[in-house]
Design a protein around this ligand. Sequence first.
Ligand SMILES: Cc1cc2nc3c(=O)[nH]c(=O)nc-3n(C[C@H](O)[C@H](O)[C@H](O)COP(=O)(O)OP(=O)(O)OC[C@H]3O[C@@H](n4cnc5c(N)ncnc54)[C@H](O)[C@@H]3O)c2cc1C
Ligand SMILES: *[C@@H]1O[C@H](CO)[C@@H](O)[C@H](O)[C@H]1NC(C)=O
Ligand SMILES: *[C@@H]1O[C@H](CO)[C@@H](O)[C@H](O)[C@H]1NC(C)=O
Ligand SMILES: *[C@@H]1O[C@H](CO)[C@@H](O)[C@H](O)[C@H]1NC(C)=O
Ligand SMILES: *[C@@H]1O[C@H](CO)[C@@H](O)[C@H](O)[C@H]1NC(C)=O
Ligand SMILES: CC(=O)N[C@H]1CO[C@H](CO)[C@@H](O)[C@@H]1O
Length: 580
Amino acid sequence: MPGLTRLASLVSLIVIGASITNGKVLSDLTELSAQASFDFIVVGGGVGGSVVASRLSENPRHNVLLVEAGPENQGVTEIAVPGFFFFINGTYSWGHTSTPQVGLGGRSMPYTQGRVLGGSSSLNGMMYTRGSSDDYDLWGKVSGDSRWSWKNLFPYFLKNEQLVPPPGGRNATGQYDPRYHGRNGPLHVSLPWAGPTDFDLLAVKNAEAQDEIKFNQEPNSGKNAGLSYVQSTIGNGERWSAAVGFLGEKARERPNLTILLNTQTTRVLPSNNARNLDIRTVELVPLGGGNATIVAAKKEVILSAGAFGSPTILLNSGIGPKKELNKVKVKTIHDLPDVGKGLSDHLIFPVAWSANGVAQPVDTAAALEQWQTNRTGPLSEAVGHQIIFARIPKEAQLLKDYRDPASGPNAPHFEITLASQGPQVGGYVVLLTPRSRGSVKIRSNNPLDRPLIDLGYLTDPFDTLAIKEGVRVAKRWYQGPAYEDYVTGFLGPDPDTLADKEFVELLQQTAGTFWHPVGTNSISAKGSKKGVVDSDLKVKGVKGLRIVDASVIPYVPTAHTQAATYVLAERAADIIKEDW
Ligand SMILES: Cc1cc2nc3c(=O)[nH]c(=O)nc-3n(C[C@H](O)[C@H](O)[C@H](O)COP(=O)(O)OP(=O)(O)OC[C@H]3O[C@@H](n4cnc5c(N)ncnc54)[C@H](O)[C@@H]3O)c2cc1C
Ligand SMILES: *[C@@H]1O[C@H](CO)[C@@H](O)[C@H](O)[C@H]1NC(C)=O
Ligand SMILES: *[C@@H]1O[C@H](CO)[C@@H](O)[C@H](O)[C@H]1NC(C)=O
Ligand SMILES: *[C@@H]1O[C@H](CO)[C@@H](O)[C@H](O)[C@H]1NC(C)=O
Ligand SMILES: *[C@@H]1O[C@H](CO)[C@@H](O)[C@H](O)[C@H]1NC(C)=O
Ligand SMILES: CC(=O)N[C@H]1CO[C@H](CO)[C@@H](O)[C@@H]1O
């Protein structure tokens, strides 16, 4: 793609003016003093880890080490510019590939995960969506602990967030409801720079003209169904990652926070003289391998290496299903069958319509100049302006044949993205409530080997049938009165005209992911044999070790997953502070 090459050369010409602080940011393991001693060691500097390390080090009595496998986020132009979301250099990602997917006709899928300070929030699509209140009430139910419920988590959403004006400062009144937003939190969230465009206004008109999908002024109120304007983790026109929000200059000035970059955690190790299993030690190697260094925490180790990273570290350490660990010759120190199980994720399916619009190409060089001048313009936006959340219609046969996997009656089954590309209207139908489950396993007893990631897509027959229903919802939407002169036809894939076999083949060939893996170290009630962590996020049967990241979320929420991970980490930080 010539456009891409040109973009890459543009990016390399610019170094943005972010100041790079040294001092408490160590660029590799050789800079870690052998005498250094820490109360807490946090593994992984993504959403969960950045929040926990930042909040714990607010207390000057706590000395915190944050270990991140990837490099610095500051000073990287393509990370900072929201519109370069699709063009971030692969060196900032783990470069995972899934196992061949049975449900996708044997296809393996490349799977992006951030490996840079800020983790996946340094290269995600920046959508800020909390999901349905039902999603969180279900956490409360499976953990047997009402602290994990929408009502009790809501103050933590506000604590976390700071709603800021859209880039350029346009008046977005009426496109959100300020009552549901925070004003002083570290995470900046805003509405898009431009809008409403003619295409946006058509959608609002269409929402008024039919009954299935109504306009919803505030998608982050806990009731997310309907058509809404997108909110994004963007502040002043720049990507607002967890590293920007929680590991900025102020946090870096704290004498009690040390950030160690380019360092991989291979295992957690039990202390020899503990009667019960007590794990407060980590084994660290330079990214990609080298001699190991052992560092012990005085209080706790907190794993925040993400839905693939955290179970991988546990399995490498001999914490997991004994039978599987035996197969790869890893000695089991703690038989915990659910480690790596229960992976749930959002599959996406592209569909398109023909339309009467005219394509409006963006001049990337001019857009970049504008972004550099005052942080506005098309590059200060990432994805579209609007999204739809919708349910399977009540009368659908599917809900009679299968138990509804949605977390509750308010939770939508689908997200439908809206995008106008001139002569085409495109969109993804996203299955928010899959019944299929995948897993994370280790390949060998070499902790540097990549994990085996089985996404499990479309292994439950409900999911294919649900995708068909989702396409029908999207078809009905664009058949609405407001689109009469604009949308000229459905280009498919159409479950109502294609033979089942043909539809399924197209689904297998074109399905992608929104990168929302959760559930691989699921939370469960204290005393339950299921799950991996209890409702204090402590690893079951182990002292000194907690997990704070997307892996503990039991079922994928009806939303993009960063807001859920942020609120989890804010709550967890207070739980940990209360203990110490
Ligand atoms: C391409 C992409 C687009 C996305 N788009 C959106 C979106 O638009 N909106 C949304 O809400 N969500 C989105 N998400 C999902 C969201 O970013 C994640 O849900 C969220 O980042 C999860 O937080 P986490 O802390 O669990 O993991 P992460 O943020 O991924 O952080 C894990 C960190 O641990 C580090 N790590 C892993 N293993 C080790 C190890 N062994 N040693 C040391 N460090 C380690 C990693 O390098 C990483 O920095 C997207 C994700 C991706 C990948
Ligand atoms: C990506 O980063 C690597 C390492 O910094 C560099 O060698 C490479 O040229 C970069 N690729 C692009 C397309 O910018
Ligand atoms: C923004 O627009 C609303 C109406 O849409 C108006 O009531 C309000 O005064 C405007 N605010 C500013 C600061 O212009
Ligand atoms: C690893 O340690 C050994 C023994 O101390 C040493 O000889 C070797 O140089 C070290 N390797 C690296 C990459 O530092
Ligand atoms: C930003 O700069 C562009 C020109 O590059 C200009 O058109 C626009 O009005 C400016 N916006 C603000 C908010 O200053
Ligand atoms: C635990 C620890 O190292 N605490 C230090 C945190 O920083 C203050 C100065 O701000 C020191 O006085 C503490 O000893």
